[in-house]
Design a protein around this ligand. Sequence first.
Ligand code: THU
Length: 131
Amino acid sequence: MSDQLRQAAAAVRDNAHAPYSQFKVGAAIRGASGAVYVGCNVENVAYPEGTCAEAGAISAMVAAGETELTEAYVIAGSPMPVTPCGGCRQKLAEFAAGEVPVTMATTGGVEQVTTVAELLPGVFNAAHMER
Ligand code: THU
């Protein structure tokens, strides 16, 4: 299963627009339907306008009509497996249960599996907004 996500994430990574950091990232997520959605980082000359690979994959999933993900895979050409940034952890938590596995990988073949809950302990969620 994860092989499919790895291939999808590695392929979309090639399309990353990362002329400023030279750090290409690919992400693939599986929606509850089983469909796979991909995203890559898209940087901008106005640096804060850049978007992460995870954000792109989540946008593709929501645009396709899905709001639940069951698996995520992120890959970069780094020496250590790339970990989602803080903002992306919150974005993943919006659409994933805590136990959803997140595989962080290098293009060299190193993989590290964690979960959404491990990535974002004490997550802010809808329960905090109850009155
Ligand atoms: N980046 C991602 O796309 N996902 C991550 O998990 C970590 C960081 C991107 C943002 C920016 O384009 C580049 O990597 C360097 O931070």
